[in-house]
Write a protein that binds this ligand. Structure first.
Ligand code: AHR
Length: 866
């Protein structure tokens, strides 16, 4: 029964695909030269729809509410809305659409298209800074030779207003318009009255819309294809023969596999950063979670024993960037300030923990501080006593040796005196951090990253890098220097960034694991999904004001000096003071993160790029091409890169299995004369957003296809990397963890295998299959690379079929040095989440016979004398 259902599903997909393809390619009726289109939206603000008609009476929708254009303004979810779209065709043939974003913001949205299918990136000019812009319309003022934008407003005053623009960059100030006559029309489409705009167009325009919608539906069907297949479809055994041609070698990037670290899912504080005290600086703020959690404030994770409460004060703090501290008013010695860590402090018997805190006390009799690690019932897991508290802020340090192993310890800070005691920056670090670094990283997590053998590390985000609003842009200089002087801030993913893990620590970690550092700075604009945060508009918020751009650009240049400058230079000195006089040898810098490639972006990106190139021509600037594998930001991002002559472009896409199965030639199509690709973020996503063998095999398949294109694809990094169980904002992730365990996913092992078995030369090979069925063809892939340092030939084979595949690989041209090769295999069922690589030996000869297990990824590593 199940088999029949699966078969009929496969047949259904096959027939729908065939009909769609037939429609797209061959359906041509006896069409008119011209007809009408009607452009309209709906009350949900989902996008711009079209219907066509020959007689303005019978209307045919193009797709069932298929949005040809969607609003990209503001936050995901409720804010990306298009209300009352209005379409206008200018005399040069360009189509302009304007729409209202909501009933609160004083901006209209504008986008332009030459064919109604491809729309250039949107802009959101603020026309009514103190009002709103409703039901906007656009026309051309023939006399002024300018576009005329009109809109209604009901705040602060009611009326119709207008503005003129010649270039959609500069707008005349809003003025009242009393002679407004709307050009909107009403028509009945599928029995419903719709308001929109009517246009008489050539049939070719309509045909293009129809074909575009069909193509999109076709792509969707392809994307819905899953890896799991029915055994019954494979009556005949599947065999392949592969003949790699050693004469067809090409150099490929030796930086292909790297990591992208972002502080998402509590990856930093409570994660990779080994600090065990939560909210050590008392700087958590309601605004970190935008007021949603009233318990998230300066007191989070803290409590008091033997007193009713403790106070938070800001008078004369340790540093202006670290304003809050705790105050204990002690009437009788024994009052303790208690921190619960990140849901418990994990300690190991016999291990040492570095304690530090800042304290001061105004009184004449001041005491030492007893600091204890305790269990829930008060049992003591270790303790120490500091020096005597001073009247001014002073850092007190000591070491606690844990007497027990426990996951639920807490830390008690017990001043041995009465009177007022101020406390700040209470910190506890295991001495066993990664490589024993002070202020270091959690050893097990950092090791899991190092084990991937990443050739580079991109940091500190992602969206975290460009921030939720201009005020939230990640400023690297706030994250260096003494910990008590760093300036913490809200993390865009809804929590707090102490910046204890800052730029110095990132650079040092890269050095420790032999990875090229790739810092990413905002391109002068925040995330296009930003909320308002005090700005009149959300989204890109118009970017950093031009008068502040010099300062911002200088900060980016300072970053390069910090990494590479002489220890005597202004910023190089800060690096040296932090303990690293030698440069970090920075070679790359990312500017921007999948931004909206608007005019606002282009202007700022170009300024930053030019400034870096002028001062540091040796640094490779990595551009950005939007959040998707196609669409306007992708196209415009690439166009900008080509125009500026960028060397590398950062691409991002999270796609379902079907996309990976059906886009194996994605990079084969790339123009080799343009910039190279850094695939900075990708992952296979299935419904439920798990990481399992299906997603891992799709990623392996993609990486195999990328190896073949390793001449154009320079780097790749899966995203996101880390996620604390119970604290995720995004799934799937590569490595899950809790306070004591590291839980790599199936996808982690695929990355690790590629990291350990990468090469720098690619050998082309012919594959001949026993069966020419396309569904079989796209589920079996191979790559042959040579690691010229070891002379090893590395064969990677993916089988996404439910049956084994017998392969016969012609190695007769390869001089095999050792007939015992290393075989590593990952195999299982597509939804397995626990698959791990299994290692064994495989005897190889001139004709290698190897059976690829069903749903598997195999790597054969052969010693050669090439
Ligand atoms: O990887 C998670 C997020 O995905 C990144 O922050 C962002 O760049 C992308 O949208």
């Amino acid at each position: 029964m199940i088999v029949i259902e699966k078969k009929s599903k496969a047949l259904k997909i096959f027939f729908s695909l065939s009909i769609l393809l037939f429609n797209i390619l061959f359906l041509r009726a006896n069409e008119p030269d011209s007809a009408y289109i009607f452009a309209y939206g709906d009350e949900n603000g989902e996008g711009l729809y079209f219907a066509w008609s020959i007689d303005q009476d019978n209307w045919h929708t193009i797709g069932n509410k298929y949005p040809f254009l969607r609003s990209d303004y503001g936050r995901w979810g409720s804010q990306k809305r298009m209300y009352d779209p209005f379409l206008f065709q200018a005399s040069d043939g360009q189509w302009h659409s304007v729409w209202s974003l909501n009933d609160t913001d004083g901006a209209v949205a504008h986008a332009v298209s030459s064919d109604l299918v491809y729309w250039k990136p949107q802009s959101y000019p603020v026309l009514m800074p103190h009002g709103n812009c409703l039901r906007p319309e656009i026309s051309c003022d023939v006399q002024r030779k300018e576009f005329h934008i009109l809109w209604h407003s009901d705040k602060p005053e009611q009326g119709v207003f207008h503005s003129f623009t010649g270039d959609f960059k500069h707008y005349s100030p809003a003025a009242r318009n009393d002679q407004f006559e709307s050009a909107r029309r009403n028509v009945s489409i599928a029995g419903r009255q719709q308001t929109g705009t009517l246009h008489h167009v050539s049939w070719a325009v309509i045909d293009r819309l129809i074909q575009a919608q069909r193509l999109s539906a076709y792509k969707q069907i392809l994307n819905e294809e899953r890896v799991e297949m029915d055994h019954g479809q494979f009556k005949e055994p599947v065999t392949i023969s592969i003949s790699p041609d050693i004469r067809k070698k090409k150099s490929i990037s030796d930086l292909l596999i790297g990591i992208f670290y972002e502080d998402i899912n509590y990856a930093a504080d409570g994660g990779l950063y080994a600090e065990l005290v939560q909210n050590r600086g008392f700087e958590y703020a309601l605004s970190d979670k935008e007021g949603r959690d009233k318990n998230w404030n300066n007191r989070t994770a803290w409590s008091v024993i033997n007193a009713d409460t403790f106070l938070i004060d800001t008078v004369s703090p340790i540093h202006v960037n670290n304003k809050h501290y705790a105050v204990l008013q002690i009437e009788k010695t024994g009052v303790a300030l208690v921190n619960e860590g990140f849901n418990g402090i994990p300690v190991k018997a016999g291990e040492k923990y570095d304690l530090s805190l800042f304290a001061r006390s105004p009184g004449k009799t001041r005491g030492r501080i007893l600091v204890r690690l305790t269990g829930k019932d008060g049992e003591i897991y270790g303790e120490t006593t500091t020096r005597t508290i001073s009247t001014d802020w002073q850092k007190l340090e000591s070491v606690i040796t844990a007497t027990r192993t426990a996951n639920d310890a807490r830390i008690e800070v017990i001043p041995q005196q009465t009177g007022r005691v101020d406390l700040d920056m209470v910190s506890l670090f295991p001495q066993k951090t990664f490589k024993g670094r002070k202020n270091g990283l959690r050893a097990d997590l950092a090791q899991a990253l190092a084990d991937l053998k990443p050739r580079f590390m991109r940091f500190p985000g992602g969206c975290v890098a460009h921030g939720d609003g201009i005020g939230n842009i990640y400023r690297w200089e706030n994250t260096i220097g003494p910990l008590e002087t760093r300036k913490p801030q809200r993390n865009l993913w809804g929590y707090h960034q102490s910046f204890g893990l800052g730029y110095f620590e990132y650079f040092q970690f890269c050095e420790d694991i032999g990875a090229e550092p790739i810092p990413v700075v905002a391109a002068g604009v925040p995330c296009q999904n930003s909320a308002h945060h005090g700005c009149v508009i959300g989204g890109q918020q118009g970017g950093i004001p031009m008068e502040e751009m010099d300062e911002y650009i200088q900060s980016v240049l300072n970053l390069i000096e910090y990494a590479n400058g002489d220890a005597k230079s202004e910023w190089g000195r800060k690096r040296a003071e932090a303990g690293h006089p030698k440069p970090f040898n920075l070679k790359y810098i990312g500017v921007g993160n999948e931004d909206l490639i608007s005019d606002v972006f282009v202007e700022r990106f170009t300024m930053i790029y030019n400034a870096i190139k002028a001062k540091y021509p040796e640094i490779t600037v990595i551009g950005t091409a939007g959040p998707f594998s196609e669409g306007s930001d992708y196209v415009e991002g690439w166009d900008l890169a080509t125009e500026l002559g960028l060397a590398l472009v950062d691409e991002h896409y999270y796609q379902p299995p079907g996309w990976y199965l059906n886009n194996q030639d994605y990079y084969d199509r790339y123009d080799r004369s343009k910039a190279k690709v850094y695939l900075g973020e990708y992952a296979a996503h299935v419904p439920g957003r798990h990481n399992n063998l299906e997603t891992a095999l799709c990623e392996a398949l993609h990486l195999i296809n990328i190896e073949r294109n390793g001449d154009i694809v320079e780097m790749t990094s899966y995203a996101p990397l880390l996620a604390k169980e119970g604290f995720t904002q995004w799934n799937p992730d590569l490595i899950y963890f809790n306070n004591t365990e590291v839980k790599p996913t199936v996808g982690y092992y695929v990355q690790k295998l590629f990291g350990h078995h990468s090469g720098n030369e690619y050998i082309s090979g012919n594959i001949i299959r026993s069966d020419n069925r396309e569904d079989i063809g796209k589920r079996v892939a191979s790559s042959f690379v040579i690691d010229s340092q070891t002379n090893d030939l590395i064969i990677k084979l993916v089988n996404l079929l439910p049956v084994p595949v017998s392969s016969s690989i012609d190695l007769s041209d390869i001089k095999i040095a050792d007939s015992q090769s290393d075989l590593t295999v990952m195999k299982g069922k597509p939804d397995d989440k626990t698959v791990r690589p299994e290692e064994s030996k495989l005897t190889v000869s001139g004709q290698l016979e190897y059976e690829l297990p069903a749903y598997s990824f195999s790597i054969i590593r052969i010693k050669t004398n090439i």
